[in-house]
Design a protein around this ligand. Structure first.
Ligand SMILES: Cc1cc2nc3c(=O)[nH]c(=O)nc-3n(C[C@H](O)[C@H](O)[C@H](O)COP(=O)(O)O)c2cc1C
Length: 356
């Protein structure tokens, strides 16, 4: 019996966001001293040469990362590295602090191994995040920065929001993600319309002197044709990749009473749809456009499926909440076994294997 399997029932008695905050406080305390960081590393890190991935000029020690939303304000990046994750994506970061929606706004669906959230881009804003990255330092694993607009911004103001957060935080980032797919922020205009996306990409391109890789995060609910239109725009602007996918507004085959809550659904129930979209995008681009696969990853098998469907890297949030601190180690170890079983010498070799 692991420590987490004993702690989890207690943590799950607390409201979800309280448990999350408590978990983050524990991680923040653990990362603050060398001995505790070293102890985490000794317990949870798993290295293997087959897991290394080279993507957009950056070396990822393994393909299993923490998805955006877990560490919105860059408070626990060092602890997440010590827990054996291969990269971490902070954010979504907005230009100014923002309270988000009223609590409760995060719900567990235990029977479905899922969560629903309507956080609404709560965060401390880019200046606080910049300060923290300066004082704490960036982690020793690649850092993604997920950027967003203020909830109150008009279509024109939104472009300026992205530009400002990009300007402030891209110097710390190994890659930046433009998040136009949050289902629980106010819909003042269509964030994923081709005109709006083109305006954002033009602006960021002009700002990107250091050639920081830029990716776009998409949702799982749009029809295939609009996803592929977006992919074509991404290629037209020579962006570096797609993060697929964000949370879903669909509610199919769910058992938990919390399925009635509004917000974005994550975890097991969105796994298949996310993988299907990854496969569609990879096939459409002949595997040329890097894809970060996210949505329902909770095991080596689910990570491997996304990799074989065309994802070069995977991320998770909900699977980490249910699986606890040994999640990255368990998935990475299992991935090595699956690669060996199928005769691949590395993760990179397995990317898109199901497309052939
Ligand atoms: C509580 C919570 C907050 C999230 N916040 C963000 C966010 O700020 N920006 C973002 O791009 N995605 C956010 N996400 C979405 C995740 O990054 C991920 O795309 C989604 O949860 C699917 O992955 P999962 O099934 O592994 O959780 C959030 C997810 C959860 C559960």
């Amino acid at each position: 019996m692991t420590l987490y399997s004993r702690v989890r029932p207690l943590a799950f008695r607390l409201p979800a966001e309280t448990a999350h905050d408590l978990g983050k406080r524990t991680l923040r305390a653990a990362q603050s001293t060398w001995p505790t960081r070293r102890a985490l590393r000794a317990a949870y890190q798993y290295d293997h040469p087959a897991l290394e991935v080279e993507l957009f000029g950056t070396r990822f020690p393994n393909p299993v990362g923490v998805a955006a939303g877990f560490d919105k304000n860059a408070e626990v990046t060092h602890a997440l590295s010590a827990l054996g994750f291969g990269f971490v994506e902070i954010g979504t970061v907005t230009p100014y602090p923002q309270a988000g929606n009223e609590r409760p706004r995060l719900f567990r669906l235990r029977e479905d191994e899922a969560m629903i959230n309507r956080m609404g881009f709560n965060g401390q804003g880019m200046e606080r995040v910049k300060e923290r990255l300066e004082t704490d330092g960036v982690p020793d694993i690649p850092l993604g920065v997920n950027i967003g607009k203020m909830n109150s911004s008009s279509e024109t103001e939104a472009i300026e929001d992205y530009r400002r957060v990009f300007d402030r935080l891209s110097p710390f980032a190994d890659y930046v993600v433009v998040n136009v797919s949050c289902p629980n922020t106010p819909d003042e205009f269509d964030e994923a319309s081709p005109e709006h996306l083109q305006a954002i990409f033009e602006t960021l391109e002009a700002e990107n002197d250091r050639d920081v890789p830029i990716l776009v995060k998409i949702g799982p609910d749009d029809p295939e044709s609009s996803v592929l239109d977006l992919v074509d725009i991404v290629r037209e602007f020579d962006l570096d990749g797609i993060v697929a996918t964000n949370t879903s507004t669909t509610r199919e085959n769910l058992e938990s009473p919390n399925r009635e809550e509004w917000g974005g659904l994550s975890g097991q129930p969105i796994d298949a749809r996310s993988t299907e979209l990854i496969r569609t995008i990879a096939a459409h681009t002949d595997g040329d456009l890097p894809i970060v696969g996210v949505g329902g990853v909770d095991s080596a098998a689910s990570a491997y499926e996304k990799i074989r469907a065309g994802a070069s890297l995977v991320q998770l949030y909900t699977g980490f909440v249910y699986g606890g601190p040994s999640t990255a180690k368990r998935i990475n170890r299992g991935l090595v076994t699956l690669l060996e079983r199928d005769g691949f010498s590395s993760v990179e070799e397995a990317v898109g294997a199901d497309l052939e």
